[in-house]
Design a protein around this ligand. Structure first.
Ligand code: URA
Length: 212
């Protein structure tokens, strides 16, 4: 792992910025390589994640692994994290001040991971990362471009665990993200020479993104 990311994760493990530190067993900074083409952002650690200090290692995580495998990705090649790094008691919804306290960590992770595509899992993550784009029921599976990075809202795997319709939709969301990545990563035809040089796109700047 990048030394800067290791350092950041050590800081997250010792964080006391909000009250959730008092009830956590472990903070859950995230896992995976950096840089990585794909970043996955869930809502908050659950029971198993809190015990192990790793993201998506409970039932929702097993479904996430299956979804990734179905589109030719694996946990080892994507960076996985959450908006909140500590488990809310009884898995209650994140409170706004908790998300505010935690978002600087996600911003820094985003800068270090430099993803080309970000899968946003669930409505709470969507509200934090792409505020105002609409409800998850309407925008899931769509690709939103911000600062040169593609953001794809998806239903949350935990919601799809006991709902076959949502599971179908979630599989389609992942298929769409895969199709987008295939197009993005396909070798490009060389451009014919032009008289005036094209202006390069500025690099994504997390500070400018409402997302993060
Ligand atoms: N749900 C999440 O949103 N994140 C996890 O890490 C586990 C379950």
């Amino acid at each position: 792992m990048l030394p800067e990311l290791e350092q950041l994760h050590a800081q997250i493990r010792a964080c006391t910025r909000c009250g959730l530190h008092a009830s956590r067993t472990h903070a859950v900074p995230g896992s995976g390589p950096a840089p990585a083409d794909v970043m996955i952002v869930g809502e908050a650690p659950g029971f198993t994640e809190d015990v192990q200090g790793l993201p998506f290692v409970g039932p929702a995580g097993r479904l996430l692994d299956t979804l990734l495998r179905q589109v030719g990705l694996s946990r080892e090649t994507v960076f996985i994290t959450n908006v909140l790094k500590c488990r809310p008691p009884q898995n209650r919804d994140p409170m706004p001040h908790e998300a505010e306290a935690c978002l600087p960590y996600l911003r820094l992770q985003f800068k270090l991971v430099q993803p080309k595509a970000v899968l946003i899992l669930g409505r709470h993550s969507l509200e934090r990362m792409l505020p105002g784009v609409g409800p998850i029921s309407r925008v899931h599976g769509q690709v939103f471009h911000r600062g040169g990075v593609a953001f794809v809202p998806c239903y949350h795997p935990a919601a799809a665990l006991h709902n076959a319709t949502l599971l179908d939709e979630l599989q389609r969301d992942f298929d769409r993200a895969r199709e987008y990545l295939d197009r993005l990563l396909a070798p490009q035809e060389p451009e014919p020479p032009t008289s005036s040089p094209a202006r390069p796109e500025p690099p994504p700047d997390a500070e400018q993104l409402s997302l993060i």
